[in-house]
Structures are given as structure tokens and as C-alpha cells.
Ligand binder design. Structure first.
Ligand SMILES: NC(=O)C1=CN([C@@H]2O[C@H](COP(=O)(O)OP(=O)(O)OC[C@H]3O[C@@H](n4cnc5c(N)ncnc54)[C@H](OP(=O)(O)O)[C@@H]3O)[C@@H](O)[C@H]2O)C=CC1
Ligand SMILES: O=C(CO)COP(=O)(O)O
Length: 355
């Protein structure tokens, strides 16, 4: 598949590069599309040979993005070592549950100084590790970045105007990723708070589930605004206690991503919450979704961790009781509404500790 000229008019002003995208799901496909349209040669790795064959033949990933045609110099492959060896920059969009295993199996294929960027918004079960920490452990000789923001895959694939954040310690990594991805419909802002950007992307999935529940229950607009804003207070309280910069939560990777996933049924996490709010059981909702909803795993890990370190997260606790403890939604809402009335912005007015 090679149609480089068709794509050079899409806004890319930089010379073409060889890049790799690992993960053939919705987000890997969306980012492959941006990179391909920007004129880069994309070594697009997935584990399913039939899927790679289909993309090579038709340009379409019908399982994850039906009707979306990938244009440009796209090389679908099931050979990860080959994809990585040819790439200057590697983007990883593999769900958090499989992330370490895939990287570890191929750790020798990465080169010294190669830029590796995680696109994954999740947390590893054992040790509460974020994906950039896994990359640091498995391929420490690489330069690592994290891309996160309000980035619904389907909208990016439709070339809807979108912005995201590249977080990396090294300014060259930030600039390289901005140059590779930026175009007339996709803007890449920079941040140096890697931990905050990455944790924000994982945490907001929990509140997207809460928002889906609220939508299923036909809650009013006031309630939706309350949930989003208190979600922001709760996730930033937790993240700051672990070392994130509170200001990151005012940016695209914080409040930006929270807004998009809490207000859109295009979010898979929102859809899970909506289904449960309509009475469907969690397992059936996940099966029916057929794609990853990281929030259901993140919820468990954050509940455990917040309790271990003594951080008050009433929405996390309430959602956990609904999804995993069989609590009635009505009882949880009542207990949240009747809790001690407290500080709005606790970075200005500290919370009253009451429990
Ligand atoms: N979709 C979105 O809008 C966005 C997603 N993200 C994040 O990107 C990450 C990936 O999500 P997304 O692409 O949407 O997920 P999807 O559910 O759309 O696709 C999952 C992909 O991961 C692959 N996969 C699953 N297990 C393994 C494994 N063991 N080894 C190799 N590949 C595996 C699947 O392959 P197979 O089909 O063969 O099972 C499939 O290609 C998530 O962390 C998500 O939060 C971030 C921003 C936006
Ligand atoms: O992270 C996302 C948008 O920024 C995608 O959210 P979902 O995984 O809930 O679809």
C-alpha cells in the first residue's frame, strides 16, 4: 500500500520518517491514519495476520474502524521486530493488560536512544505502574514519552479538529512528536509532567463510567457538571499525592480528556457506565462492547491504592460498590449527596477531614 502523494497535502510540513505503531485497535488505527496522512511510512503492527492482510489489501481495519480508509505509505505487519527495527519513533497502543508482555518479549529489538511513546491510558495491576514506567523498566535505553488528551479515535479518524499532549522530559522528544503528528486537524501541545499527564489519562476513564451511569439515569445538567468537577477534584487530589503537578489537570490531558469522555457516548468507558445504569450486568456490557474499557480495571487499582495511602475518593468508592459490590445505585447516590459538605477547590481552601 503506497500512496504518499495523496497525503502530503494534509498539513505536514516536515520530511517523511519511518515510524511504527504497535497495536491494531481503534487508537492504533487512528494514529496510523494521522501519521500516514502526514506523509510518514508507518509500520503498523498487529498480532492478527488476517487483519494485517485486510489492511494491506483494502486499507481498512474493518473490525475496529469500519469504513475508514487508511491513506499513505502504510505497511501492516505481524512482525514486531521488523516494524521496530525500521522505525525512528515507535508509538505503542496496546491495552495495559498486555503492554508489558509485548514490550518485554521484544525488548532486544529496540535501539539505544530510539523514541518510544505510549498511547495507552491504563495502569498495570501489579505495582500500580504506568506504561511509561514499564517502558523505563523494560527498555531503559530508549527515550520515552506519553501522548494523552481528549482524543476519541473515531473523531481523529474523521479528521475532526483535535488537540493532544506529548509529555516527555526531553525537549527533543516533545518536538519530534509534535513534528510527526501535527497537521491541520491535529495539534500537539507539550508538557514535562509525564506522570501527571499519564495518570490523568488513566484516571478519567473511571469518571467516564460514572458519567455514563448518570446519563442512563437521566440526571440533569447540574448533576453532570457536579460529577465532572468533583471527579476532577478527586483525580487531582489522588494524582498530586503521588507526585503529579496539579496544574496538569487544568490542561488538555486533565480536564480536557475528562470533559470529552464524560460527555460522549463515543467513549467506551462512558458506554459501559450507561449500560450498567440501564440495568445490564458488567460482564455482559464488556462483552457487548468488544473493545477495551480500561476504566473497569483502573477503578479496582485506584480504589485499593487510595485506601492504602488514605486519599478520600468518594466517587471511586461509590462506583466500585456499584460495579463490584452489588450496591444499589440509589443508595450510593444518597450517601454521596449526604456526605459532609466540604471545600470546593482544596488547593485554595483545605478540605475538612471528617472521616
Ligand atoms: N480508542 C480511543 O479513542 C483511545 C484509546 N486510547 C488508549 O489506547 C489503548 C488501546 O486502545 P484501543 O486501540 O482503543 O483498543 P481496542 O479495544 O480498540 O483494540 C485493542 C487492540 O489491542 C490488541 N491487543 C489486545 N491484547 C493484545 C496482546 N496481548 N498482544 C497484542 N495486541 C493485543 C487487540 O488485538 P486483537 O484485535 O488481535 O485482539 C487490538 O488490536 C487503551 O489503553 C486506550 O485507553 C487512548 C486514546 C483514545
Ligand atoms: O481516551 C479516550 C479519549 O480521550 C477514549 O476513551 P474510551 O477508552 O472511553 O473510549
Amino acid at each position: 500500500m503506497s500512496d504518499t502523494n495523496a497525503s502530503r497535502d494534509s498539513g505536514a510540513q516536515n520530511p517523511p520518517h519511518d515510524v511504527a505503531v504497535l497495536g491494531g485497535g481503534s487508537f492504533g488505527t487512528a494514529m496510523t491514519k494521522v501519521l500516514g496522512e502526514n506523509g510518514h511510512r508507518v509500520h503498523f503492527w498487529m498480532r492478527d495476520q488476517a487483519q494485517a492482510d485486510e489492511i494491506r489489501k483494502t486499507g481498512i481495519n474493518s473490525r475496529y474502524m469500519p469504513g475508514v480508509k487508511l491513506e499513505g505509505d502504510i505497511e501492516p505487519t505481524t512482525d514486531l521486530a521488523d516494524a521496530v527495527s525500521k522505525a525512528e519513533v515507535v508509538f505503542v497502543a496496546i491495552p495495559s493488560k498486555a503492554f508489558r508482555a509485548v514490550i518485554r518479549e521484544h525488548s532486544n529489538d529496540f535501539r539505544d536512544g530510539q523514541i518510544v511513546v505510549s498511547l495507552t491510558k491504563g495502569i498495570e495491576e501489579h505495582g500500580f505502574k504506568l506504561m511509561s514506567e514499564i517502558l523505563q523498566e523494560e527498555i531503559p535505553r530508549c527515550q520515552i514519552g506519553v501522548l494523552s488528551g481528549p482524543n476519541l479515535a473515531a473523531e481523529i479518524a474523521a479528521r475532526d479538529l483535535t488537540a493532544t499532549v506529548i509529555a516527555a522530559k526531553d525537549p527533543d522528544v516533545r518536538r519530534t512528536v509534535q513534528d510527526l503528528l501535527g497537521c491541520e486537524y491535529f495539534r500537539v501541545y507539550a508538557n514535562v509532567d509525564v506522570y501527571g499527564v499519564e495518570l490523568a489519562g488513566a484516571l478519567k476513564n473511571i469518571y467516564a463510567i460514572v458519567a455514563g451511569l448518570a446519563s442512563a439515569l437521566d440526571m440533569g445538567e447540574n448533576a453532570k457538571a457536579m460529577l465532572i468537577t468533583r471527579g476532577l477534584a478527586e483525580m487531582s487530589r489522588f494524582a498530586v499525592s503521588l507526585g503529579a503537578n496539579p496544574m496538569t489537570f487544568m490542561g488538555l490531558a486533565g480536564v480536557g480528556d475528562l470533559i470529552v469522555t464524560c460527555t460522549s457516548s463515543k467513549s467506551r468507558n462512558f458506554r459501559i457506565g450507561y449500560a450498567v445504569g440501564k440495568g445490564q450486568n458488567l460482564d455482559d456490557a464488556v462483552k457487548e462492547l468488544g473493545q477495551v474499557a480500561e476504566g473497569i480495571y483502573t477503578l479496582k487499582l485506584v480504589k485499593e491504592r487510595s485506601e492504602a495511602i488514605g486519599i478520600y475518593m468518594p466517587l471511586v468508592r461509590g462506583l466500585y460498590e456499584i460495579l463490584y459490590g452489588n450496591a444499589s445505585i440509589k443508595a450510593v447516590i444518597n450517601s454521596l449527596m449526604m456526605a459532609v459538605q466540604n471545600s470546593d477547590v482544596e488547593f485554595i481552601l483545605p478540605r475538612t477531614i471528617s472521616q
